[in-house]
Ligand binder design. Structure first.
Ligand code: TRP
Length: 458
């Protein structure tokens, strides 16, 4: 039965390591690259408030649900769903949800690795002092020349995948656990240093705080809510089994709701701190956060680092932070499929090599679509990179999240779920969570889904 089942991959040595690993998955390019430019583009504080509501009403309950499936199943998402649906007397076709997640992980990691490669390249550039005194034009050109060069993009994408392969192949304890216990403290120290600089050195900290926390709801458009919700999914790593597989390695006696609360709190805190680190620097240089769009981090910030005092050191710190965050997130995208292949027989090293190799190949197509294959459209108006991002983020993640909420909320027996959560099924906390998971979260996700299909404007 469920209680006797153990993980063949090993376990985290404590609940704290699970929290670090899942926070490492959640905190990534989504927080440091995507969140700040979305806030900039969507008018600041009003967007922040809507985003926080989405995190609380959709993200937190679905995160609890995803961890619950993983810990009861104790396997890769595909085999966990097989085991749990058997325990609960439900159709074995629920394992297709695991396959959906594996597929989403392939697509996401193939473009994530390309951007992770950019972050690594920018670490090198910051070390070489390339930003010192750089003009706005030159910063734009540095980025475009790099992204426009197939060889450069492929080299750095390859390096990123090799790092991930090395960590995943070494296993749960010796690979993933060791990486997060080393890298996550580093990440938080760097982030706090950058926020500290933003507070101390620029007169613009107040301006940044006002921008992020004094809402002007007239700036809100219908699409804003839906953008905020999509970001909530992506930033919490929900809907593809990454959090599920990490939950499979969580020791039995650790509280799922409490762990989820920490993960969600730290991810949200990091996104807000990233804003408090980046916006003062941008304002102090007399620039606007909405201008750069996706280029905010790779074009606007280097210009700023080239101007301000301590810019050389701050630039290095920032791009190391970005790279570390990308690596600990990328790991969680590679783990579900690797765990599955390992369970089907053969060594973990072989499994990791096969999966990482396939994703590396797909990533090459993403990288080349930014330059030599730029005119090839996989979907109308979208190159390979944009198409993979669209299909995975806007379709597969919401669909996965919706099915996870339905499976745990409606298909698992209430007392099994309550037992896994360590709560009485009559307690107020459990009842509240169940209500949100059954009704509120699915309804909200359906709205995102309609938006992604373009049926809803925005
Ligand atoms: N959450 C990560 C970020 O914000 C990205 C990520 C890692 C992810 N694993 C995931 C997104 C699983 C969706 C699903 O950068």
């Amino acid at each position: 039965m469920a209680d006797a089942r153990g993980s063949i991959h090993g376990e985290w040595s404590s609940g704290l390591v699970f929290i670090l690993a899942a926070t490492g998955s959640a905190v990534g390019l989504g927080n440091l690259w995507r969140f700040p430019y979305l806030v900039g583009e969507n008018g600041g504080a009003a967007f922040v408030i809507i985003y926080l509501l989405c995190i609380l009403l959709v993200g937190l309950p679905i995160m609890i649900a995803e961890i619950t499936i993983g810990r009861q199943g104790r396997r890769s998402p595909i085999n966990s769903l097989l085991a749990v649906s058997r325990d609960e007397g439900r159709s074995r076709y629920w394992s297709l949800l695991g396959w959906l997640g594996v597929a989403a992980g392939f697509l996401i990691l193939s473009f994530y690795s390309v951007v992770g490669g950019w972050a690594l390249f920018y670490v090198l550039q910051s070390l070489l002092g390339s930003f010192q005194g750089i003009t706005a034009d030159a910063a734009g050109e540095l980025f475009e020349t790099f992204v426009g060069s197939p060889v450069d993009v492929l080299i750095w994408h390859t390096l990123f995948m090799v790092i991930l392969f090395g960590i995943i192949a070494a296993g749960v304890r010796k690979g993933l656990q060791r990486a997060v216990t080393l890298l996550m403290p580093l990440l938080f120290v760097i982030l706090l240093l950058l926020v500290g600089y933003g507070m101390a050195a620029s007169g613009a900290f107040q301006e940044a705080v006002a921008f992020m926390f004094q809402p002007d709801f007239s700036a809100v458009e219908p699409g804003t809510v839906l953008t905020a919700m999509g970001q909530a999914f992506f930033t919490l790593s929900l809907g593809m089994g990454a959090i599920m597989v990490y939950g499979a390695y969580l020791p039995r006696n650790e509280s799922i709701p409490r762990s989820a609360g920490w993960i969600v709190g730290m991810d949200t805190g990091t996104a807000l701190l990233a804003g408090l680190a980046i916006f003062p620097i941008v304002f102090a240089a007399g620039m606007e956060p909405g201008e750069g769009g996706p280029g905010l981090v790779f074009v606007t910030l280097p210009i700023v680092f080239g101007e301000i005092s301590f810019g050389f050191a701050l630039g290095i710190l920032f791009f190391v932070l970005l790279s570390v965050a990308a690596v600990t997130s990328g790991m969680s995208l590679l783990e579900p499929a690797t765990a599955y292949l390992t369970e089907q027989g053969g060594s973990r090293i072989r499994a990791a090599a096969i999966i990482a190799g396939l994703i590396w190949l797909l990533g090459i197509a993403c990288g080349l679509s930014l330059n030599v294959w730029g005119d090839f459209h996989l979907l109308p108006g979208m190159n390979v990179f944009d198409a993979l991002e669209f299909v995975s983020n806007d379709i597969m993640l919401p669909l996965g999240g919706l099915l996870i909420a339905i499976f745990v909320g409606w298909q698992m027996r209430v007392h099994s779920v309550a037992r896994e959560l360590g709560l009485s099924d009559e307690s107020t906390g459990f009842q509240l969570w169940l209500f949100v998971t059954r009704f509120v979260a699915p309804a909200a996700v359906i709205l995102v889904f309609l938006n992604a299909l373009g049926l809803f404007g925005g």
